[in-house]
Design a binder for this molecule. Structure first.
Ligand code: IMP
Length: 428
């Protein structure tokens, strides 16, 4: 019963899209367990670049089932648009895409509320993607959400919308001066999406249970990253779901006893988008170079990503929180040509050295990272497929990271294409 969970180890954007696409070759099911269309997974396929926001990256492989789990929040407009783009590219979705009937729907008022909070005064600006993710999860937890299964029954859907409409209308008007569309317009819009997506909606817990029972290989795909987890990340500068490995169980209805492996995808340096503490952030030429060479722009919003050195405090935290069995290192080639490469091994704050991740944003905002320096390499590592062909200093850097994190690197990515990869260990 091989079930593997793949998580991001930093603040998202570790390059999970390419890795999941690659691993998907040897699995039967790829399943997303949290987040929404705030995620952006970039995949290079047939010399074209695709950015997937909701549909699991396994969709580019024939005969793979792609599941959107109950833990995901689904914006029907974004979903239908993504389905259209894939179909135009000749990808057949029928019988391959399954959406949980328990997933919550992102309504237009969630987006309005998200953007209103971010732009208004009186709220802490998080730097969200503005996609309505937080307000939608807030409604889910407040038991006010509308779920995909509600689309099956128009009368019930109407009741659920009615239960929300007047409250949302008052809140949006008084806080942001915004009017909701007419009740019937909202209902009609939902009913319009229903036509397209109803046939893809099913009980994905049963599907996952049956696939596991049949011994199928399953990859559970996490979006965002460990440090954006609502419980364990740099709160309040986080997303609103559990992006850590535990989220795979609740977000897909898989028992913890059925998870066999947990893999962490980690970038050879660090990036983050949006607000919030980032101890190893660089505001110098090195940071600029990482951003430029690494093409560090958000796949969903196009915002430039903040860049910094590898943070082993973050990485170790992620290894322990997620129970990582093996790591996948990405974007090693971006470090080509740096004279010195630094790794943060602790945070100094008010005379104390933190080796474990502190909860307080104040410590993370104001600490001084403790660095170990490594000699860089001048040779290009782009497209290298064999670990022994990497420059000696690149091997030394990777081996040292592995020692620090007490975890092996099963795969190393040396470029955006599927082929630009060093495979050291099979998935199952
Ligand atoms: P939200 O998920 O749109 O509410 O945004 C909350 C925080 O998570 C912001 O800092 C976003 O920039 C960040 N975030 C959300 N999705 C991603 C992602 O896929 N990659 C990187 N950061 C993300």
């Amino acid at each position: 019963m091989p079930v593997a969970v793949v998580v991001g180890m930093q603040w998202g954007d570790e390059g999970k899209g390419k890795i999941i696409d690659l691993l998907a070759e040897n699995v039967d099911v790829v399943a997303r367990y949290q987040g929404g269309h705030n995620a952006g997974h970039t995949i290079c396929f047939n010399e074209k670049q695709f950015v997937l926001h909701l549909i699991p990256s396994g969709i580019f492989h024939e005969n793979k089932l792609c599941v959107i789990g109950n833990g995901v929040v689904v914006d029907p407009l974004a979903l239908v648009e993504e389905m259209r783009q894939l179909e135009e590219a000749g990808i057949d979705l029928e019988g391959r895409l399954v959406i949980s009937d328990r997933a919550n729907i992102i309504m237009p008022y969630h987006g309005t509320s998200d953007k209103g909070r971010e732009s208004g005064s009186g709220f802490q600006k998080i730097g969200t993607t503005g996609r309505g993710i937080g307000p939608s999860y807030a409604d889910k937890i407040a038991r006010a959400g509308i779920r995909t299964c509600d689309l099956r029954d128009e009368t019930y859907l109407k009741e659920r919308l009615r239960a929300n409409y007047d409250e949302k209308q008052k809140i949006l008007k008084s806080l942001y001066g915004t009017e909701l569309p007419e009740f019937n317009c909202l209902l009609d819009e939902l009913m319009g999406y229903r036509e397209t997506i109803l046939k893809y909606i099913a009980d994905t817990h049963i599907l996952m249970r049956d696939q596991i029972a049949q011994g199928k290989n399953i990859l559970c795909e996490g979006a965002q990253g460990t440090m954006l987890d609502v419980d364990h990340g740099t709160y309040p500068f986080v997303t609103s779901s559990n992006s850590t490995a535990g989220g795979a169980c609740t977000g897909l209805g898989i028992p913890p006893t059925k998870v066999d492996r947990v893999l962490g995808v980690i970038k050879a340096y660090t990036t983050r988008v949006g607000e919030g503490p980032f101890p190893t952030e660089l505001s110098d030429a090195d940071g600029e170079r990482l951003g430029k060479v690494g093409h560090e722009f958000g796949a969903t919003t196009g915002r430039p990503r903040r860049c910094g050195w590898f943070d082993a405090v973050v990485a170790k935290y992620g290894v322990h929180l997620n129970g990582i069995d093996a790591l996948i290192l990405t974007k090693v080639d971006v470090l080509d040509g740096f004279k010195t490469i630094k790794v943060c091994t602790g945070y100094e704050y008010k005379g104390k050295t933190f080796l474990d991740m502190p909860a307080d944003a104040e410590v993370l905002e104001n600490c001084r990272p403790v660095y170990t320096g490594f000699d860089g390499w001048s040779e290009s590592t782009v497209g290298v497929k064999d670990f022994d062909r990497l420059p000696e200093n690149a091997r030394r850097y990777i081996n040292r990271l592995s020692e620090l994190l007490e975890t092996p690197f099963m795969m190393i990515s040396t470029g955006p294409d599927r082929e630009q990869t060093i495979q050291r260990e099979p998935l199952f």
